[in-house]
Design a protein around this ligand. Sequence first.
Ligand SMILES: Cc1cc2nc3c(=O)[nH]c(=O)nc-3n(C[C@H](O)[C@H](O)[C@H](O)COP(=O)(O)O)c2cc1C
Length: 221
Amino acid sequence: MDIMEAIRLRKSIRGYKPDPVPEEVLREILEAATRAPSSMNTQPWEITVVTGKALDNIKQAMMELLKIGATPHPLFPYRPFEGKYRQRQIEVAVQIFKLMGIAREDTEKRAEWLRRGQRYYDAPAVFLICIDNSLKERPLLDIGALAQTICLTALNYGLGTCIDDQGIPPSEVVKRFTSIPESKRIVMCIAIGYPDWDFPANKLESTREPLENVVTWCGDA
Ligand SMILES: Cc1cc2nc3c(=O)[nH]c(=O)nc-3n(C[C@H](O)[C@H](O)[C@H](O)COP(=O)(O)O)c2cc1C
């Protein structure tokens, strides 16, 4: 796939077909995506690929924790965005809820949407991207480069993705259902699978600021 086409086509996919993704394809995506750049080639990522029964177990445990009031475990605690950042956050949420037919006051459907996000939008596979605790916050930029490269590479195989930090499982779930040691932590999840193009939220075309709002030119090139 042409690189410009891939960049333009990529979008977050929040509804998937149940079809499993062949392990060979997941492997090829990771082979290519780990060519992503990293600071001084430190390659700080370690990726756990979760599918099948293991994924069901994690999702079920997370749903049970949610029922008893546990909150999602994003990389950074949720704090309200302000100003233009808040506006953009609201805009995309309004777009998604409109496509999904979820009314603002419909707390049950909103809660179900949150649960869906924590279930990795029911994707058949998830990449749990970890870093070693000794590295602190430093490798997050490298993880960003890896994440985007995974999302772009996936398109080449007809796959969709959603970077999903609300799906980061709490440590008790990690301990029970994965072999990720306590010396590592999951910093990002990426849901991956074949998009269900009939799923309303997949019709979302998120907006971007015009360049003049985000780019300053210095010099006369
Ligand atoms: C660091 C990061 C965390 C994200 N976490 C979530 C998430 O928890 N749930 C979700 O539905 N989308 C999540 N997204 C996807 C963004 O909402 C999405 O990229 C943004 O709205 C732009 O839409 P697009 O990806 O379709 O272009 C995340 C994206 C990034 C980069």
